[in-house]
Design a protein around this ligand. Structure first.
Ligand SMILES: Nc1ncnc2c1ncn2[C@@H]1O[C@H](COP(=O)(O)OP(=O)(O)OP(=O)(O)O)[C@@H](O)[C@H]1O
Length: 251
């Protein structure tokens, strides 16, 4: 049996007396695309930050490729982080930098690198997300929201991470642009063979991007299954959430 790419076991995190994660157990297989759904404030971002090593959990373990990374620090932490790519909500592009420098930001990490080579790398990665060389020297503010999202995607894939995290990738986009981004994410994940974890409130996006969906509720994964079961989960919490109903067990 292959090792899961990401394995969370009984992960716990509280802030003061507010319990956010209360025993999260979840495995994401290599090459799998997993969507995490759940209401606002249920701890999706906290879970992601624990995996990224930005928040220390109070209990439980996180394994990446079988390695226990829960309490890594320093160089060992940075080595694990090098496996990760991230598409932030809102893109998080630097408006003071031209697009090509934004795309290669994760590769240079502020170091001086051969700019001709970096521009070529930026161009290659922009091409993967359907943008041409004409945007290389523009600033992010000169692009539409959908194009900025593509640039952020190009930046996330440029270092060829093994695992990519997408935080609300379609928020703020119109439905057509959201669909374009969903298709792009799906084809990038499949084309590059990466493992993907997407946090989303958008059920259309979850079904399009993911192979499997997991729902977080009251600090635990209360359901996970293939995305074609999302509307046929027989779980009253999942049902209420995906139908967006006010009445039901979630109050
Ligand atoms: N650093 C922190 N200190 C204190 N409380 C925190 C901290 N980070 C998160 N929380 C709390 O943990 C809870 C879960 O937050 P989190 O951001 O993970 O929710 P979420 O499921 O991602 O929500 P949303 O869908 O709205 O983004 C919230 O009540 C939040 O206030």
């Amino acid at each position: 049996m292959t090792e899961p790419k990401i394995a969370l076991n009984d992960l716990a995190k509280a802030f003061g007396d507010k319990v956010v994660l209360d025993g999260v157990t979840l495995a994401v297989e290599p090459g799998e695309s997993m969507a995490i759904i759940g209401g606002s404030g249920t701890g999706k971002s906290v879970m992601l930050k624990c995996i990224l090593g930005l928040i220390q959990p109070d209990g439980g373990t996180i394994r990446i490729d079988g390695e226990d990374t829960t309490h890594l620090r320093g160089r060992a932490r940075r080595e694990v982080q090098a496996k990760f790519g991230m598409l932030f909500q809102g893109g998080a592009l630097f408006d003071s930098l031209p697009i090509w420098r934004n795309v290669t930001f994760g590769l240079t990490r502020g170091r001086a690198m051969d700019s001709g080579r970096m521009r070529r790398l930026a161009e290659e990665n922009l091409e993967r997300v359907g943008l041409g060389a004409d945007v290389l020297d523009l600033r992010p503010s000169e692009l539409s929201g959908g194009m900025q999202k593509r640039v952020s995607l190009a930046r996330a894939i440029a270092p060829r991470p093994q695992i990519i995290f997408f935080d609300e990738p379609t928020t703020g986009l119109d439905p057509i642009m959201a669909d374009v981004i969903n298709d792009l994410i799906r084809s990038l994940v499949e084309g590059l063979g990466v493992t993907a974890v997407t946090i989303t409130h958008d059920m259309t996006s979850a079904r399009k991007i993911a192979h499997r969906v997991a729902m977080l509720y009251q600090g635990r994964i209360i359901w996970h299954g293939p995305c074609d079961r999302l509307y046929d989960s027989r779980n009253p919490y999942v049902d209420q959430f995906v139908q967006g109903r006010a009445d039901g067990p979630i109050q």
